[in-house]
Design a protein around this ligand. Sequence first.
Ligand SMILES: Nc1ncnc2c1ncn2[C@@H]1O[C@H](COP(=O)(O)OP(=O)(O)OP(=O)(O)O)[C@@H](O)[C@H]1O
Ligand SMILES: [Mg+2]
Length: 265
Amino acid sequence: MKSANIKELVGQALANTLQTTHGTPALSVRDLEVAYSAANGAAIEGVCLEAKLGEMILFVGPNGGGKTTLLKAIAGIVRPLRGAVSVLGRDPYRELWVRKLIAYVPQLKELSINAPLTVRDLVALGRYPHLKPLKRMNSHDEERIQESLNAVKLEDIADRRLSELSGGQLNRAVIARALAQDAMIYLLDEPFESIDHPTEKLIMEILAREKSRGRLVIVTEHHITDTKEFDRAVLLNKRIIIEGRPDEVFTEDNIRRAYGIVKSA
Ligand SMILES: Nc1ncnc2c1ncn2[C@@H]1O[C@H](COP(=O)(O)OP(=O)(O)OP(=O)(O)O)[C@@H](O)[C@H]1O
Ligand SMILES: [Mg+2]
């Protein structure tokens, strides 16, 4: 399966969509523990979670609560110390090809703006999983790049360098890169940081559209945000405090349990 191209992968993922209607999750996290060092102990532990394609899920928790760590484990970027992550039936840490179906949008603080890239160059990176070795982009790739720039309303500054963008513009550029990837699973780490209200609304609409196209969308936030587009919420502070419908999760008691004591890893 190592050399499968993206069309086969998406085909397989869509076949999985059918399976999900019979109960096979697109994402399965079992008893997950991640630690960055033995001295500091676990960043997250005992995390169990399942999700289907076509769902939109919000991870909320305090600073240091493990949201980024959980997203990175789902994206196959960090290795579990214990437990397992399965994306579309595969281990994303070991099987590189499955990562092509995952669009990971890092938190602003993790982005390097010093790379000599324009906004368009950054968005074009989203097409690389689709390219055959040594092949140039074709007109379809160029179209997807342009559509993604238009979707986040960055077409007018597509040729600007990343170092010349505001925080909110940079955030929109990485979201455009994710859109250009045509992924099955979106993992967005605090996509609303540094973003004004109309842009937040725009991004929420984009994500809701991806959900309605059968994509799984997972978003993190460190404070409780507008939850009406989300099917489910997960309150996380090292462990899952509670998960369920947003109105069931964001009760005063649960919020106190999650935010009352911030456990350092
Ligand atoms: N690369 C790293 N090396 C060592 N420790 C780390 C690393 N990344 C995160 N940690 C630690 O793991 C724990 C969880 O961090 P994580 O970044 O996942 O939390 P978070 O919920 O995303 O926080 P924030 O809301 O501030 O983004 C914290 O205690 C943090 O200090
Ligand atoms: Mg984080």
